[in-house]
Design a protein around this ligand. Structure first.
Ligand SMILES: CC(C)(COP(=O)(O)OP(=O)(O)OC[C@H]1O[C@@H](n2cnc3c(N)ncnc32)[C@H](O)[C@@H]1OP(=O)(O)O)[C@@H](O)C(=O)NCCC(=O)NCCS
Length: 290
């Protein structure tokens, strides 16, 4: 097994490798690549570009910078994590988690306690990593956050995003970053506890999941909201269906956040040929430390 090394990237040579890797992770549009001079300026001003290496080759990076959160009692410092990418051949082997864990250590060392970032709420792998493994929570839904993006992962659909909060000194997060990190609950745990899915998802032609026309807002403190378990695959096979999911997801998450719910967990049921993916929604903030 090649050895994984995680370290800060600081030299122009390191950063040239990040430019190249961005082209592999988000193929098809050079204009979306964050250039070396911006990354180096970020690094020289308190930002962090962290790399993951296998046998000396850069296979992943995470990049962020200090920012401000505007809250009613004034601006508060935070770390804004902007991009994370892992080489397509090396995904789902814990590299993303290892990069975020290094970011967690370094941002804590800078004396900050809040990290935010955005991601597409329909991406199950990202949701599992961000919410279940890292312990981020979310109650912000941004419509078309980045306008039209032209790279191969994003082209064609409105760039709606969740903005997550990662409270890096909270028990919830510290527990997930420890050596004996928490493994998530399964769907059975929630169903046996009486937690209900907000809407049924039927399987349509080609075995692809179809959203219903509408959903009923939850009445209970906890609820489950299903999303496709492989949205990139669904988008490649049936683009109109991907659009339906985008607008259905927008309706669901905007209304449940407005009703006081937060995304607090994520369940990925691997289940062989038919994996399923669910957000866990909690009303209020009572369970944030769990
Ligand atoms: C998002 C990304 C950075 C994650 O990196 P990674 O190295 O694959 O992440 P990890 O392996 O640490 O974690 C992924 C987890 O999702 C799980 N997973 C794999 N497929 C999944 C799916 N369809 N649904 C849910 N979880 C899934 C993996 O098993 C792993 O969980 P585990 O550690 O509990 O087994 C990487 O997939 C990527 O580069 N994606 C494209 C760019 C992108 O979306 N960047 C983020 C926004 S800027």
């Amino acid at each position: 097994m090649p050895e994984l090394t995680i370290r800060l990237l600081e030299t122009p040579e390191d950063i040239a490798a990040v430019e190249k890797l961005q082209g592999l992770v988000w193929p098809g549009s050079e204009i979306e690549i964050v250039p070396a001079h911006v990354l180096l300026t970020v690094i020289h001003n308190g930002g962090l570009v962290i790399g993951a290496f296998l046998d000396g080759e850069l296979v992943g990076f995470v990049f962020g910078f200090p920012g401000l959160e505007f809250v009613p009692d004034g601006p508060h410092p935070k770390h804004c994590s902007h991009m994370m990418g892992v080489h397509p051949d090396h995904r789902s082997r814990g590299i993303g988690y290892a990069l975020k864990r290094a970011q967690w250590q370094m941002v804590r060392h800078q004396g900050l306690n809040h990290v935010t970032w955005t991601y597409d709420p329909l991406l199950s792998r990202n949701a599992h990593l961000n919410i279940s493994r890292l312990g981020a929570v979310c109650n912000f839904y941004h419509r078309s956050e980045y306008g039209e993006l032209r790279d191969g992962l994003n082209a064609g659909l409105p760039t709606d995003r969740f903005q997550v909060d990662w409270w890096i000194n909270s028990q919830r997060v510290v527990r997930r970053m420890g050596d004996r990190a928490r493994r998530g609950f399964g769907l059975d745990h929630f169903l046996q506890a009486g937690v209900q899915a907000l809407y049924p998802v039927q399987t349509g032609p080609g075995g692809l999941p179809r959203p219903p026309e509408h959903f009923t807002p939850p009445g209970d403190r906890l609820a489950l909201a299903e999303i496709p378990s492989d949205f990139h695959d669904l988008k490649a096979k049936d683009f109109p269906l991907a659009r339906d999911w985008r607008f259905f997801g927008r309706e669901v998450f905007e209304s449940i956040f407005a009703a006081g719910y937060l995304v607090t967990d994520f369940v990925f049921e691997r289940g062989g040929d038919a994996p399923r993916s669910f957000y866990v929604l909690t009303h209020g903030e009572a369970t944030l430390d769990q």
